[in-house]
Design a protein around this ligand. Structure first.
Ligand SMILES: [Cu+2]
Length: 312
């Protein structure tokens, strides 16, 4: 198994999530070299209401991200990571990740490539994006998650942090179709006017979220399930749980000092929030953004950032 492939559902491989296997397989601590090729490119995507939008994406030529995302990374602390970005969009971009120092902070011009190297930092959840074009890169889709697992092979959200039985990564994002058409037509767009009308978890909108193993949160009663929320959109995501209370473990890799059991977890723009969900009962419950338009597709309900959790 390539290490980058196990960002897919579950912890110990793609067979994990639905098999009922609850024992994690510890991985040996040995720093590896991880080479990744990302192509930043335009792509037309069909929305739930049939509308085709011009979007941008980072496409990982050697793998895929969770759900319908075209990129995502899972590495281990200390790994040497080399990300080569080929830029096929119409303007310069700069690959960046909060909390990670890169070998270069230079941009990539259209039509060229650049390699960004770094040593995988402390265990936790990170987001990479373009930080050259204000919020436009992210709002057009140039973003992806990076999960760093502890070097000791344990299943903890951070060193000394809470253990988990299984984990999910949920990248929340949105599109404002006026921005998409402005970029498609070479026009400018004032992000102060940004108001999205399409919403996603891992690039999927409900009901597709309920049939993908990376967004159908499958759990066992008595387990502690980690959910890594990554806000790759341009609005706030107040993630609301039915049926369960959860504990925030970290916000942007900083451990939460006063943990209060919550049924709604605010995930701000650019923020990664890791939570632990103690599975206290069986059943099927929704998990959704509490921003009401966020569970629609251009006003059609139910759609958007609506996720189902299923516990047995
Ligand atoms: Cu609700």
């Amino acid at each position: 198994m390539k290490r980058r492939d196990f960002l897919k559902a579950g912890t110990a491989g793609s067979a994990f999530a639905l098999s009922g296997l609850t024992t994690l397989v510890p991985r040996l601590a040995m720093a590896a070299t991880v080479n990744v090729n990302l192509v930043a490119e335009g792509a037309y995507k069909t929305m739930a209401d049939g509308v085709s939008l011009f979007t941008w994406q980072f496409r990982d030529t050697g793998g895929t991200g969770p759900g319908a995302l075209t990129s995502g990374l899972v590495v281990q602390e200390g790994d040497s990571v080399n990300v080569t970005v080929t830029n096929n969009v119409d303007r310069s971009i700069r690959f960046s990740m909060d909390g990670v120092s890169m070998s270069t902070t230079s941009s990539v011009s259209p039509g060229s490539s650049r390699t960004y190297s770094f040593t995988a930092p402390a265990a936790g959840t990170y987001m990479y994006t373009d930080n050259r074009n204000g919020e436009i890169g992210r709002a057009m889709g140039l973003a992806g998650p990076m999960v760093v697992m502890p070097a000791d092979g344990s299943s903890r959200l951070y060193n000394g942090g809470p253990n988990f039985d299984r984990q999910y990564t949920l990248v929340m994002s949105d599109f404002d179709d006026r921005l998409n058409s402005a970029v498609e037509n070479g026009q400018s767009y004032n992000m102060a006017n940004y108001e999205p009308n399409y919403y996603f978890a891992n690039g999927l909108a409900y009901p597709d979220t309920a049939s993908d193993s990376d967004t159908l949160i499958t759990m066992g009663v008595g387990e502690d399930v980690a959910i890594r929320f990554v806000n790759a959109g341009a609005i706030t995501y107040p993630m609301h749980f039915h049926g369960y209370h959860v504990n925030v473990a970290t916000r942007n890799r900083s451990p939460e000092t006063a943990v209060i059991s919550k049924d709604t977890v605010q995930v701000e723009r650019d923020e990664c929030v890791d939570i632990i969900l103690p599975v206290a009962q069986s059943g099927i419950f929704p998990l959704h953004t509490h921003y009401v338009p966020g569970v629609t597709a251009n006003g059609n309900y139910p759609n958007g950032g609506l996720i189902l959790m299923s516990a047995a």
